[in-house]
Structure formats: structure tokens, C-alpha cells
Write a protein that binds this ligand. Structure first.
Ligand code: 3Y8
Ligand code: NAP
Length: 252
């Protein structure tokens, strides 16, 4: 069974590792091509946009894809919306592997906002020491608030000057751990953290470290994604893939 996995997350990599050894599945992992050296998976893979809904629809048909698993990040809303549209047009079943939002725990000091502009404003007027654990693509709104010190973590060294000239950079690829992120916040005397509500484990360390240190977290809420079938665990995806009757000609 030809399966397209829209990846770029820890959960996608876990799913791919389980499918790699199962001869019933001929899966391909897809990356957007955001990072310089995406992790090579143990199955065939492709990198780069499909070319909108039409491009993805054409890919599904040309590649005889029988199922699509959307295991992208909760903020990859455009990819998810394109998958919903293209799978409907091409009549290919789609399932999203969507991790739960992080639960709010006692001791959390979260300031929830709808977008990155609001996140930048939530820092307030008086100068702060801010950890931006939000990657590269949403830094522009913070440039309007130059009174703060920014510590920015990126996957790759920037290829062009960042919109935050005074920022201090850390180049690191997650998943991150509590000890490391706690040291990071303490050593840079950070007094507020900005994060996406990414869910999952790979980005959680800074949230847990902030709670332990009693630091506030400006938490950007997830964008809305149109309705689609979704599950929260890799196991549920495997059941969804395995339950379907394989086409007769494959039954022998
Ligand atoms: C290209 C694939 C694995 C998967 C690792 C997860 C965990 C570590 C935490 C912080 C937060 C951030 C960022 C983050 C995390 C995992 C997972 C996750 C956050 C890679 C990857 C790709 C990307 C794209 C990248 C974005 C950026 C976001 C950095 C690979 C490593 C901030 C999201 O430079 C850029 O253009 C980076 C862009 C989209 C968000 C942004 O706006 O900058 N992810 N991250 C995927 C593709 O091309 O399709 O390179 O191997 C995957 C992972 N990033 O176990 O190996 O599953 O979430 N990724 C956020 O949460 O806000 C870092 O620093 O604390
Ligand atoms: P996005 O804004 O939803 O997508 C923008 C465009 O990038 C899509 O329309 C599509 O181009 C292309 N694209 C996105 N994901 C793709 C994939 N897996 N395979 C092929 N093309 C893809 O996505 P994003 O937020 O930039 O995220 C890009 C990638 O990074 C995704 O794989 C996502 O899982 C991963 N990631 C994102 C975040 C985050 O915070 N956004 C965090 C961790 C990992 P076309 O329209 O041309 O097809």
C-alpha cells in the first residue's frame, strides 16, 4: 500500500521507523525543505513543496498514493489545509496524527496569545530578557520591540541577517531536554519565554524549565485547521493503516 507521510516532526519519524520494516507498506516521507539537512528516514523520501493543492493532487494520482498521513506540526496549517483539499479531490483517505496541546500545570505562568504580533506586545514596555524558542520564521514582529534582549534558537545558522540585529543566537536542533534548557535560561538570565503550543515532547523542555524557574511563558495558540479525521498516537495510525482490506490483487 502506497502511503504518503507529511512529516517534519518527531511523531512522523516514529511512525516512519515502524512502517519501514512492514512489507505491506510502500511509504514515502515528505519534508518541506525548511532545514538544510533534514533527518534522512529509513524509507524513500522527498523534499520541497508540492505546488499547492493542484500539485499535491497531481502527486497523489501520479504516485498512486492510497493513504495520506498528515504528521506535520500543529502550526503547519497551510500544509494541513492543502492535504484536506487534495485528498478530497483525489478521493484518497487522509488521517492526521495531531499531538495534544500541552496541559497547563500548577505553577505554569502562561500568557496565551493568538499570534506572534500579540506575543511581541505581551512582553510589555519595560526591557526584558526574552528567550524566543519559536524558530526563524516568526521573528519579524519582535523587531518592533527593540528594548528587549532576545536569545533566539534556530535549527540552522541564518543564511540572511535576522530581523533582530541585536539578538544572541543559539543554533541547535531538538528534541531538547529539561536540564539543557534550564541551564540555558539560567545562564542567559532569561526572565520570560515565548513558545508555540506545539505539543509533543521535542519542544516541551523550555516550558518545563520555565515552570521550575517560575518564569512566565507567552504561549502562542495553534492556528485553526479545517476538520479532518485525526488521532493522537502512532499506534492509532498503524491501526488505521492496517485495518483496511488490502486490494484483492495484493491479497495473495
Ligand atoms: C524541517 C526536520 C526529530 C524531529 C525534531 C517536534 C520536535 C525538535 C521542537 C525550540 C523550539 C520550532 C522548530 C521545533 C521543534 C522537533 C522536531 C521540532 C521548534 C525539524 C525539521 C524541520 C523543522 C522545521 C522547523 C521550522 C521551525 C520549527 C524549529 C529536520 C528539525 C521552533 C517549532 O529554520 C527554519 O526555517 C525552521 C523552521 C518550521 C519553525 C519556524 O517558524 O522557524 N521547525 N524542524 C521540516 C521540513 O522541512 O518539512 O530538519 O530533520 C523538526 C523538528 N523540530 O525528532 O528529528 O517534533 O516538534 N522546530 C516550534 O515548536 O515552535 C524548536 O527551539 O525550543
Ligand atoms: P506550512 O506553513 O503549513 O506550509 C507552507 C508550505 O510548505 C505548504 O503549503 C507546502 O508547500 C510546504 N510544506 C509544508 N510542509 C510540507 C511537507 N511536509 N512536505 C512538503 N511540503 C510541505 O508549513 P510550515 O509551518 O512552514 O512547516 C514546514 C515543515 O516544518 C513541515 O513539515 C512541518 O511539519 C515542519 N515543522 C514545522 C513547525 C512549525 O512550527 N511550523 C515546527 C516543527 C516542524 P506547497 O503548497 O507548495 O505544497
Amino acid at each position: 500500500m502506497r502511503v504518503l507521510i507529511l512529516g517534519g516532526t518527531t511523531e512522523a519519524n516514529q511512525l516512519v521507523a515502524l512502517l519501514a520494516n512492514d512489507p505491506r507498506f510502500d511509504a514515502v516521507l515528505s519534508y518541506a525543505g525548511r532545514t538544510e539537512r533534514p533527518t534522512p528516514p529509513p524509507i524513500p523520501w522527498r523534499v520541497g513543496g508540492f505546488g499547492g493543492v493542484d500539485g499535491l493532487t497531481k502527486y497523489l494520482r501520479d504516485q498512486n498514493i492510497a493513504r495520506v498521513v498528515d504528521a506535520t506540526h500543529p502550526f503547519a496549517a497551510q500544509m494541513s489545509a492543502h492535504a484536506i483539499a487534495a485528498c478530497a479531490i483525489a478521493s484518497v483517505p487522509l488521517l492526521a496524527l495531531e499531538r495534544l496541546p500541552w496541559p497547563r500545570m500548577a505553577g505554569d505562568r502562561w500568557i496565551e496569545v493568538d499570534d506572534f504580533v500579540a506575543a511581541a506586545e505581551a512582553l510589555g514596555a519595560s526591557p526584558r530578557r526574552v528567550f524566543l524558542g519559536i524558530g526563524r520564521m516568526q521573528l519579524a514582529p519582535f523587531a518592533s520591540h527593540p528594548q528587549h534582549f532576545y536569545l533566539v534558537r534556530l535549527v540552522d545558522p541564518p543564511r540572511a541577517p535576522l530581523p533582530l540585529p541585536g539578538a544572541e543566537l543559539i543554533v541547535a536542533r531538538g528534541p531538547f531536554d529539561l536540564a539543557g534548557d534550564r541551564v540555558l535560561l539560567v545562564n542567559h538570565r532569561i526572565d520570560i519565554v515565548v513558545a508555540r503550543d506545539a505539543g509533543g515532547d521535542g519542544a516541551f523542555a523550555k516550558i518545563e524549565a520555565a515552570r521550575e524557574l517560575g518564569l512566565p511563558v507567552v504561549m502562542v495558540r495553534r492556528p485553526l485547521i479545517p476538520a479532518r479525521d485525526k488521532v493522537e498516537t502512532v499506534g492509532e495510525v498503524l491501526r488505521w493503516l492496517g485495518h483496511d482490506e488490502l486490494p484483492a490483487e495484493r491479497g495473495v
